[in-house]
Design a protein around this ligand. Structure first.
Ligand SMILES: C[S@@+](CC[C@H](N)C(=O)[O-])C[C@H]1O[C@@H](n2cnc3c(N)ncnc32)[C@H](O)[C@@H]1O
Length: 411
């Protein structure tokens, strides 16, 4: 992908008259919403120790705050703009300590590992993209099954509001909307994001609005998060009249002289979960996991010819190793009669186990049964029941098998 040719409506060089003041605006825009955002991220499922990716991170102020507050997370910040990537690199270390990885790539082709991240964030990015569905599909690819995707977005029909109202603000936002549309962005995308997540097969989709209010955050927090240079670019591009901007600036300063004035702004927070498909393809395993998994090879053909007690013993030892490997507790003392939910098995681990049972033993087993009531021995019992049913079928009607694998098409 050609990273020098950025499409969409956030071309830093033309977005604002001054690149450095835009970086500063981004910093204070993060600060303005951060505490409320973090609470919401946690409510959606963000936990310390997770693997996080922020796509379109800009200079990296959000991801820096997150790894400061959740220090056991490992994080990647992905950004397309070469100037912002340089700022990001500077912000990615503190006193020689690496806070997060930097990836110079597009959200359309992240070049990041598949099924890897627990939590993905795209903040104020989608309103600038020409192909939002393509970007969602790519984020879905890099998330683990059960991983969460949070999109923080504007919808410029519903943006900064003041008391007393400033009519020129509406004109300025109309100009902003027209300018962004002309560049291929969609400044009204906030309302469409839940539907787009649904189309791209996300589950548990939710939308909330977070608000900040000058009576609570103070005026300064708002002033720093705005940047007149964006409006100046709108004048330069012919979307906004110079006189309107002048009058807007005048009324903006007058606002602060009103004792009961208000500035009020909101962001849309849309979230979804990558579906927990029981047939989990291409689960990402690191080198160590791979070595362990290679020693754990067993399938239905390996146990067919054994006596029933040998089958039970072999499956029992196999599943004890498999489950402790999935739970990343190599020395776990697993009793095959103990319900798996007592070992803190979560839905991702349950989906992985369900997928293994399906692919290795052609036995369907539901994730909720694993989560709620199954022990290893319950799983083994199901596998052996299937095996015996099919053995009986085979003795009864050998002609129906027409030379193909005896289990094919029967389970
Ligand atoms: C408004 S800024 C938001 C930055 C940051 N997320 C924040 O909240 O401060 C939008 C960011 O999206 C980035 N961006 C735009 N198109 C992108 C793409 N195709 N791939 C990755 N990043 C992109 C821009 O370069 C910019 O850094």
């Amino acid at each position: 992908m050609n990273l020098n040719k950025i499409d969409g409506s956030y071309i830093l060089e033309s977005f604002s008259e001054n690149k450095d003041s835009e970086v500063t605006r981004l910093k204070y825009q993060v600060e303005l919403f951060y505490q409320r955002e973090l609470e919401l991220y946690k409510k959606i499922g963000l936990k310390d120790g997770m693997k996080i990716v922020e796509c379109g991170s800009g200079p990296g102020f959000l991801i820096s705050n997150i790894v400061r507050d959740l220090p056991n997370c490992t994080a990647t910040a992905l950004e397309i703009n070469p100037f912002l990537v340089e700022v990001l690199k500077e912000n990615s270390t503190i006193n020689g300590k690496k806070l997060f990885e930097v990836k110079h790539a597009s959200i359309y082709e992240t070049e990041l590992a598949e099924n890897y991240y627990d939590f993905a964030i795209a903040r104020l990015v989608f309103e600038h993209l020409k192909e939002p569905a393509k970007a969602i599909a790519e984020v879905r690819r890099i998330l683990k099954p059960g991983g969460k995707f949070v999109l923080i977005s504007n919808d410029f029909a519903y943006h900064l509001l003041t008391y007393p109202a400033i009519p020129e603000l509406d004109e300025m936002y109309t100009a902003y909307i027209n300018s962004r549309f002309s560049e291929g962005g969609n400044p009204l995308i906030g309302r469409q994001l839940p539907g787009l997540l649904k189309k791209e097969k996300f589950d548990n989709i939710n939308i909330e609005i977070i608000c900040v209010h000058s009576g609570l955050e103070g005026d300064k927090a708002f002033v720093k998060a705005e940047n007149v240079n964006i409006s100046k670019s709108l004048v330069k591009e012919g979307f906004l009249k110079k006189e309107t901007l002048e009058s807007l600036i005048e009324n903006w300063y007058k606002l602060f002289q009103q004792p009961d004035h208000v500035i009020f702004r909101q962001l849309f927070v849309i979230s979804g979960m990558k579906s927990l498909n029981p047939v989990v393809e291409n689960i990402k395993v690191d080198e160590n996991d791979l070595q362990i998994l290679n020693t754990l090879s067993l399938n239905i053909d390996d146990i067919k010819s054994l006596t029933s007690s040998e089958q039970e013993a072999k499956l029992s030892s196999y599943f004890i190793k498999r489950v402790s490997s999935i739970l990343e507790q190599k020395n776990l003392d697993l009793n095959p009669d103990t319900k798996l939910n007592l070992f803190d098995i979560d839905s991702i681990a349950a989906a992985e186990l369900s997928s293994i049972v399906k692919s290795d033993f052609q036995t369907g087993i539901s994730i909720s049964d694993i989560l709620q009531k199954f022990s290893i021995n319950d799983i083994i019992k199901l596998i052996l029941e299937k095996l015996n049913t099919n053995s009986t079928d085979m003795t009864k009607s050998p002609d129906n098998n027409s030379g193909s694998h005896w289990l094919e098409g029967k389970l």
